[in-house]
Design a protein around this ligand. Structure first.
Ligand code: GLN
Length: 246
């Protein structure tokens, strides 16, 4: 039986708007194809994980307060994380953790939360706490072989700058900044995005992209995933796209 290992970072601190659902979707879609997903959790105080021993690393979103608490802990793993990124372990990072993989997050009071500096972007909080990028969002995403519309939900005050390879083009919603034309950060094995949702339940194509990527990397062979019955997911997507892109 094929098997993948996922590391779930700070589940007690980074879990907003159903982020954990992304892991459930991966597990469900893998189980349907007879593939096992092992999920290990790591939070402050736990034994240090070896990031390079995983196929997928997942971290969700969290408020500024949680980000400042866990940033010191996360930074302890900088070298190991950089090694895992280099070894092409897949990282799915949502909102707060997307920000923490950049250079820094500058809070409303001007306080700096240091990032991992794995990537060169940085985030600055919107000065007015009441003004946030909130709502549904639709992106045009190119996953290499596949073009797809990614649907999600964003809720962030942080405005992210200096992105050299965005996740998608914004068709509806804000993106990396208010009224931006681009959203997130994407490189072969990294998807860092503001889309909560959970993201993968609304975007089965994206879930399968991640599964295929991880299987092909681990087993070093081309893997054709068995097609699943996504009739309900497709109907839901059709309806949302009709409503949002009209
Ligand atoms: N604190 C960050 C912001 O508001 C992240 C919030 C989140 O993860 N939803 O920009």
């Amino acid at each position: 039986m094929k098997e993948l290992k996922l590391l779930y970072l700070y589940p007690d601190m980074l879990e907003l708007y159903g982020d954990y659902g992304n892991i459930q979707v991966l597990k469900y879609r893998m189980k349907k194809r007879g593939i096992n997903l092992i999920v290990d959790r790591y939070t402050i105080g736990d034994k240090a994980p070896d990031f390079t021993s995983y196929d997928i690393v997942f971290a969700g979103g969290g408020a500024d307060n949680e980000q400042s608490i866990l940033s010191t802990d996360l930074i302890k793993y900088r070298d190991n994380i950089k090694e895992a990124v280099k070894e092409k372990v897949f990282f799915l990072l949502i909102c707060g953790s997307y920000q923490l993989f950049g250079k820094y997050y500058k809070g409303v009071e001007g306080n700096i939360i240091p990032g991992l500096e794995v990537f060169d972007y940085y985030t600055v909080a919107q000065p007015d706490r009441k003004k946030r990028c909130i709502g549904n969002i639709v992106l045009d995403v190119n996953l290499g072989d596949t073009e797809t519309k990614v649907i999600g939900f964003e809720n962030h005050g942080g405005q992210t700058f200096d992105i050299d390879s965005p996740f998608g083009k914004v068709l509806y919603g804000n993106g990396n900044k208010f009224g931006d034309s681009e959203e997130g950060f994407f490189k072969e094995n990294i998807i860092a995005t503001y889309l909560h949702g959970p993201l993968l339940s609304k975007n089965p194509v994206l879930a399968d992209y991640i599964i295929s990527y991880c299987l092909e990397r681990k087993y070093n062979e081309k893997i054709g995933l068995e097609k699943l019955d996504d009739t309900f997911e497709e109907k839901c997507r059709e309806q949302l796209l009709k409503e949002l892109l009209k």
